[in-house]
Design a binder for this molecule. Structure first.
Ligand code: HEM
Length: 480
């Protein structure tokens, strides 16, 4: 009897309320002119089809099939337990990017929210503006230009250590050592190989759990990612503690890295970031700052390996830059500004194979778009593929053509590998520099052949090669 009173009755009541809520929601939604599409099964929605398409590297099919079947402007689906409207084309991108804080706000799945707690990605409105401004005061071109010689030194050291003397390398795991070392060096002044390798192994777990069902139970991807996040922050906390003392005793410089910068810089109202905020933002930037560019550089290696005529032109440009320099002189800002063709090549790679396929916003109110109503709190997704592969925006979209980026380049809102609007990628300049510095060094040292020229890339959650991208290296005679 007691059991019925305290367990069974409340459970039945709770289920009834849930059921009622579900029915009322369906009746309400039916009355609205929602975008066409299907919400699939309750809670699961179309998540399984979406993940399957991502893992097979066929995400474009998931999007294109639905654009064709329902509406090429916007369609509805349901992913990660959320109702989602997928906004398509330049008009869809423009709507989402130009309505931040007016009608929409940035939104990430709850696994991201729980892992990156007080960091920028979980902030909206004025709070986000303030945090972005603080982080940007380190990540802007004027500040980053001072770190170029350091980036070049790290790239050369990386190639000497991990590529020189090898006949074959597997690009994806090796590139991570470069992008991770670079991020750790510029953000934390961490250069010790053992410390780097310890921290890097945690990031592997973190990455695999960042987009997952947020079930914190031993064995799940999410649980492993939570544990990894704690371990990473513990490590950064130790560095931070020592750094505070070093800054006070003038043994460390306020401009030596991002950590020092955040410890000594206040926002416009004179407020400093709390320790927890610094830790969460460092975790965000270390993660966002190396995994995306690792994917991008791996893809560039793939395209250059498959397109010898493009490789030759990149090499020509990079040799011209080297010829204007003294022996052993490191790259400077002015050198990188001359790498126009190389950046067009990288941009075309990011168009054809964007490391991140898109992002999400939350509807702050009922929205009217393309004759449909999109209810408040629905999630809104923009996806690179709806414009990058549109033949009316990019002629022969499947074809590699770096000249698309010459002159004025693609029309606004069509080329969006870094997103757009007030929540656009914060690390675009950092990524551009690390990519170009690597391209400069690698083409001068090697030519390469892909072991599997048709190797598939899948989103998990970033675009990564299924077999790690093994390549055969042929040292070239341009440098020792
Ligand atoms: C090729 C490399 C990269 C690509 C393709 C890329 C792409 C993106 C995309 C698509 C977004 C979402 C934008 C939106 O929702 O509109 C984003 C956000 C972000 N990225 Fe990147 N990213 C790259 C490199 C980096 C680097 C190197 C850093 C840090 C140094 C970084 C830091 C961030 C941060 C902090 C955000 C969140 C911004 C906010 O919420 O306001 N990214 N990135």
């Amino acid at each position: 009897m007691e059991m019925i009173k305290f367990i069974v009755l409340p459970t039945v009541l709770a289920l009834f309320v849930l059921f009622l809520h579900f029915i009322i929601r369906i009746i309400k939604l039916r009355k609205l002119n929602l975008p066409k599409g299907t919400l699939g099964l309750p809670i699961i929605g179309e998540t399984l089809e979406f993940f399957k398409a991502n893992l097979e590297g066929k995400q474009i099919r998931f999007i294109q099939e639905r654009m064709k079947k329902y509406d090429s402007r916007v369609f509805k689906t349901s992913l990660f337990g959320e109702n989602i409207a997928v906004f398509c084309g330049t008009a869809g991108n423009k709507f989402l990017f130009s309505n931040e804080n007016k009608n929409v706000q940035v939104w990430w799945p709850s696994s991201v929210k729980k892992l990156l707690r007080l960091s920028l990605v979980n902030k909206v409105g004025d709070e986000a503006k303030i945090t972005r401004r603080l982080l940007m005061s380190f990540l802007n071109p004027e500040t980053l230009r001072n770190y170029l010689p350091k980036m070049d030194r790290i790239a050369q050291h990386h190639i000497n250590t991990h590529w020189k003397g090898k006949e074959q390398v597997v690009v994806y795991p090796i590139i991570q050592l470069y992008t991770f070392e670079l991020a750790c060096c510029l953000f934390l002044s961490m250069e010790d190989p053992i410390q780097l390798s310890n921290l890097s192994s945690y990031f592997e777990e973190f990455l695999k759990g960042i987009i997952s069902f947020p079930i914190n139970f031993p064995g799940t991807r999410f649980h492993k990612a939570m544990k990894a996040a704690d371990a990473i922050k513990k490590e950064i906390k130790l560095i931070m503690k020592k750094r505070k003392v070093d800054l006070e005793e003038k043994k460390a410089s306020p401009t030596q890295d991002l950590l020092s910068h955040l410890l000594v810089t206040s926002d416009t109202s004179g407020r400093f970031m709390s320790e927890v905020e610094i830790l969460d933002n460092m975790l965000l930037l270390l993660f966002a700052g190396h995994d995306t560019s690792r994917s991008a550089i791996s893809l560039i290696m793939k395209y250059l390996g498959n397109l010898p005529e493009v490789y030759e032109q990149v090499l020509k440009e990079q040799l011209e830059i080297s010829q204007g320099k003294e022996e052993g002189e490191l790259l400077q800002w002015e050198d990188v500004q001359k790498m126009k063709y190389s950046w067009n090549v990288a941009s075309e790679v990011l168009r054809l194979s964007p490391p991140i396929n898109g992002a999400y916003r939350n509807a702050m109110k009922d929205l009217t778009y393309a004759d449909y109503t999109i209810p408040i709190d629905w999630k809104l997704h923009w996806n690179t593929r709806t414009t990058h592969m549109d033949p009316t925006l990019f002629t022969n979209p499947e074809k590699f053509d770096a000249s698309r980026f010459e002159g004025e380049g693609p029309i606004p809102y069509s080329y969006v590998p870094f997103g757009g609007g007030p929540r656009m990628c914060l690390g675009q300049e950092f990524a551009r520099l690390e990519i170009l510095v690597f391209m400069h060094n690698i083409v001068k040292r090697f030519k390469w052949d892909l072991v599997n020229p048709d190797e598939n890339f899948k989103y998990d959650p970033m675009l990564e090669p299924e077999k790690g991208l093994p390549i055969e290296l042929h040292p070239s005679h341009y440098t020792s």
